[in-house]
Design a protein around this ligand. Structure first.
Ligand code: FE2
Length: 294
């Protein structure tokens, strides 16, 4: 099993052949990690100062730039924060260029979400098992239901000291689903409405979101699966960019410090092959719609 597909792109706006484009699309939508070992996010000498925990407000694990322009999780003088914001914005622009070049049919439906600088070492982070991203998981968030929208992420290791970002990547999505879907519990009647009403969820949790959360929790709770399921360890070296559907690819961040990340949202219908999306896979197994009740 090797779920990593390497490409040799050296620009954020690569000119690629039709054949390479097809390979990249098949890899991404097929649940592989697209790895670009020769695509660094280049910091200016001046910007290298931002690779430090001192800019974090210590309350958030990331420094995030919201698509509306707000910078969250950072502390510093007005001038410093302006420079920090400009650096994160440039990463957002380059990630957008990259995705637009590789997946041109996405462009009209692609929605840029947060961009983040992740300044903390992940290896020593302590958290409850549900929040422990050193355990294999597919992304699903209790308060932020996606309702089936894809989570496309572009990462870059910006560590200046040669330290890799070490991930584990697990077995293909459908293999994990086959093991855990039978144990996933449905919501009780009225639960989705109530959670939205109480502000627990930002929008209504759909049957899809419920199953994805259950899969997330069941996989993280299963120590035997964490240790013994098919998986591979990957070192993303500094200067490497990688692209992944994090709602589809089982991943765990084991160690590393200083990473850039851009999240995009994309409706499943906008995929080249919509049937590869988690909602379509789960709906085909369940034999019914898992969207909002109509
Ligand atoms: Fe994750």
């Amino acid at each position: 099993m090797n779920l990593i597909r390497e490409f040799d792109f050296t620009e954020w706006n690569p000119k690629i052949s039709a054949a390479t484009s097809q390979q990249a699309i098949a890899a991404l939508e097929g649940g592989f990690v697209i790895c670009l070992p020769h695509l660094p996010f280049v910091l200016t000498e001046d910007e290298k100062r931002f690779l430090s925990e001192t800019w974090s407000d210590k309350k958030s694990k990331n420094i995030s730039l919201r698509p509306q322009g707000g910078l969250k999780g950072a502390v510093g003088s007005e001038a410093d924060l302006k420079d920090l914001r400009a650096m994160i914005q440039r990463y957002s622009d380059q990630a957008t260029q990259l995705v637009s070049s590789l997946f041109p049919d996405y462009v009209s439906n692609l929605v840029a979400a947060n961009t983040s600088l992740r300044p903390f070492e992940v290896e020593w982070r302590v958290s409850s098992y549900r929040k422990d991203d050193k355990r294999l998981h597919t992304d699903a968030f209790p308060s932020n239901p996606t309702q089936g929208t894809r989570l496309l992420r572009v990462f870059n290791n910006v560590n200046l000291y040669g330290k890799p970002r070490v991930w584990r990547v697990g077995e293909p999505f459908d293999a994990m689903v086959a093991k855990y879907l039978p144990r996933a519990k449905n919501m009780f009647p009225g639960q989705a409405w109530l959670m939205q009403k109480l502000g627990i969820t930002k929008r209504q949790r759909t049957p899809y979101d419920q199953l994805m959360l259950q899969l997330h929790d069941l996989v993280k709770a299963d120590i035997n699966y964490q240790r013994n399921s098919p998986q591979q360890s990957v070192d993303f070296m500094p200067g490497t960019t990688w692209i992944v559907y994090s709602d589809q690819v089982l991943h765990a961040a084991m160690s590393g410090q200083y990473m850039m990340e851009q999240t995009f949202h994309l409706p499943p219908e906008a995929l080249y092959q919509p049937e590869t999306s988690p909602i379509k896979i789960l709906e085909s197994i369940k034999g019914r719609s898992l969207g909002l009740a109509s």
